[in-house]
Design a protein around this ligand. Structure first.
Ligand code: KG4
Ligand code: ZN
Length: 334
């Protein structure tokens, strides 16, 4: 079954053709990051406009690259929640129009579920049940994936998402948006023990996260140093910050897996590209004899292929949209 999938939840306009939820026939991503960089973050209104301009060409190219046209497609899929509402609406309305004109069924896909599904594309052997750490620019969840379309939130952030914390700390250090990837690179040459940073815990909720205190601690360190006319080593500060975030993420994730008796652990979302997070999880799982999976680096960020992967399983579960499908800025993964 060939699915043409569309993604426009944030600042990438993306489309892909995916076969049977596992095989990428094409994947096209038009990033707007260079434009948002000028403002230090995503400007929602600009994002919507750029999606409008790009979507037709991106979908056309995805069909061309897959060596097909709409006649060779069996179903359409689109990200409908959560995300920037104006951005989501572009993809949803485009997909609805395409569905109406072709008569093809339309499959609505939850953005975080599709991040999880990026792992099915890289790991043909991976099947639920497993425990997943979903870490992106907007969310930090520990999710029990009981089946492809049945999920339970075990823990989540009480304030900032992990990606957001990375981006804000990086911005304070003068790195361009999105800073997570720059901070990760610079951290490789730094000393993670150079600065003592807080490792916040949420009282009474051992699987929940809190990153805002950590972010503020870094901002305060930088401001105090600059008031004294000193500059701190960006490499050391990045390494110490990255270690604190990864300690918190992996600590809660491994504890939840231990308590729930789950031995298959999966990473997903933009922050799953973080090199320390990937190394640490691989090592911790190897020591315990557990299985550890992470998406291929090319599929960690937003893309259409992951939407096509999850859509296949939503279709099998009978989750189809009707013509009144609407976008939603927030929606639980459950
Ligand atoms: O999943 P994603 O592409 O978009 C959302 O759905 O939010 O995640 C983007 C986030 C950004 O905050 C970005 O800085 C972060 O993922 N990110 C990273 C790395 N690569 C991307 N954070 C830490 N280390 C990285 N290597
Ligand atoms: Zn995302």
């Amino acid at each position: 079954m060939k699915i043409l999938a569309i993604e426009s939840s944030c600042d990438e306009t993306a489309a892909a053709v995916v076969e049977d939820g596992r095989r990428i026939l094409s994947s096209v991503v038009a990033s707007q990051v260079e434009e948002h960089k000028l403002y230090g973050g995503v400007v929602p209104e600009i994002a919507s406009r750029r999606h409008c301009e790009a979507i037709n060409g991106v979908v056309k190219k995805a069909l061309e690259d897959a060596g097909t046209d709409l006649q060779g497609i069996d179903a359409l899929a689109v990200t409908y929640a959560p995300g920037l509402i104006g951005a989501l609406l572009v993809g949803v309305n485009f997909a609805k129009g395409l569905s109406l004109s072709t008569g093809l069924p339309l499959i609505p896909v939850h953005h975080l579920r599709s991040h999880i599904a990026s792992n099915y594309l890289g790991h043909p052997d991976l099947e639920p049940p497993f425990l997943c750490l979903v870490v992106s620019g907007g969310h930090s969840h520990i999710v029990e994936v009981k089946d492809y379309t049945c999920m339970k939130i075990i823990g989540k952030t009480r304030d900032d998402a992990a990606g957001e914390a990375f981006d804000k700390a990086a911005r304070t250090m003068g790195m361009p948006y999105p800073g997570g990837i720059h901070l990760d690179k610079i951290a490789e040459s730094g000393n993670p023990l150079a600065f003592v940073l807080p490792h916040p815990k949420v009282e009474g909720a051992p699987y929940d996260f809190s990153f805002s205190g950590l972010k503020t601690a870094v901002i305060n360190l930088i401001h105090n140093a600059s008031q004294k006319g000193e500059t701190l080593s960006a490499a050391d500060l990045s390494a110490s910050f990255r270690k604190a975030v990864v300690d918190s993420l992996t600590g809660n994730f491994l504890r939840a897996a231990q308590d729930l008796g789950i031995r298959q652990l999966v990473l997903a979302g933009g922050v799953s590209a973080n090199s320390l997070l990937r190394r640490r999880m691989e090592e911790e799982c190897r020591q315990r004899g557990w299985q550890c999976y992470a998406p291929p680096l090319s599929l960690c960020g937003d893309n259409g292929a992951m939407v096509g992967a999850q859509a296949y399983y939503e279709y099998l579960a009978g989750n189809l949209a009707s013509t009144d499908l609407n976008a939603r800025a927030t929606m639980s993964i459950e």
